[in-house]
Design a protein around this ligand. Structure first.
Ligand code: NAP
Length: 269
């Protein structure tokens, strides 16, 4: 990060807080370049108190002082925010939105035509610098505004460039993904308890198994089928477990769940 850009977060809810925690964790000095608003709940002031960012009392002041504006409100509130700030946003600002289902073309149609607009879909793991952030520029690419947005996103995790039409899929897979994975972890914790382990030991075993498996797949670019074969000896324990899981329809249930989340993302814009 170039150390001069100031980002203004419109909205101080769960996602804004997760991003702020990620930035401050990566570099506490960055807090002084983060501004935040809310619509009166006190969450921006709380973020300022606990993380050292600056609570500003109006979106107008935030837009005047930040070169990069990040819209972190619910999808239904995006249009009102854009109409509120529209006359104050010029081509020198970068405007990005994390709102599920709201397309850059919608944002561009409300702001002046020459404002660089970006779409992001982060997940809550940005809080620990291990987020997944789907990214798509609007009509302007390769601008200094784009460099600024990417500089702000990179400390938060993996930035994955996508075509915007793929965003509903990314919203389902990586945006909602932590909720799905947490459900799986919980099920494994329960199964460990049923199998006679303490909750703490079951959790330790499954979390380290998950991170180890992810590292193996990622670092060695290994196919899932290869890894499964490595672990599944004929007539062995993994074979017995996998056959039961497949018969119970786990794979189909996960596909159906992700598709349901994707359809929902498409309804939110
Ligand atoms: N949560 C996730 O895991 C996740 C993941 C990816 C993307 N997202 C996206 O992130 C966005 C925010 O989600 P969230 O879970 O953080 O929601 P949230 O916790 O409800 O927070 C929304 C924030 O927006 C503020 N707000 C609404 N209208 C405003 C206005 N006119 N001016 C200033 N602030 C305003 C609210 O203010 P008050 O506090 O005063 O009510 C609140 O602080 C959504 O569009 C969602 O699609 C969320």
């Amino acid at each position: 990060m170039d150390g001069t850009s100031t980002i203004g977060l419109i909205g101080s809810g769960s996602m804004a807080r997760a991003m702020v925690e990620g930035w401050v964790r990566a570099d506490p000095g960055r807090a002084s370049r983060i501004l935040a608003t809310d619509r009166g709940s006190g969450r921006a002031a709380e973020l300022a108190r606990s993380r050292g960012v600056e609570h500003v009392t109006s979106n107008a002041e935030l837009v005047a002082r930040a070169d990069t504006v990040l819209i972190c409100v619910k999808p239904i509130d995006v249009e009102r925010v854009l109409r509120d700030i529209g006359s104050r946003v010029g081509p020198d600002k970068a405007v990005a939105s994390v709102a599920a289902g709201v397309a850059t073309v919608t944002i561009e149609s409300i702001l002046d035509g020459d404002v660089p607009v970006f779409r992001l879909m982060p997940n809550v793991a940005v809080q620990v610098g291990l987020g997944t952030i789907a990214y798509a520029p609007g009509r302007f690419t390769h601008t200094t505004a784009e460099d600024r947005i990417l500089d702000w996103m990179r400390p938060l995790g993996a930035v994955v460039g996508l075509e915007e039409r793929q965003f509903d899929a990314a919203t389902a897979l990586s945006g909602s993904g932590p909720a799905f994975i947490a459900l799986l972890v919980e099920a494994f914790e329960d199964s460990g308890i049923v199998a006679g382990l303490s909750h703490a030991k079951a959790r330790e075993l499954i979390l380290t198994t998950m991170t180890g498996t992810a590292a193996l797949l990622q670092e060695q670019d290994m196919a899932c089928s290869t890894l499964r074969r490595m672990v599944t000896s004929p007539g062995g324990t993994a074979a017995a477990g996998l056959a039961t899981l497949e018969r119970a329809g786990v794979r189909g249930a996960i596909i159906d769940g992700v598709l349901a989340a994707m359809r929902r993302a498409g309804e939110l814009g």
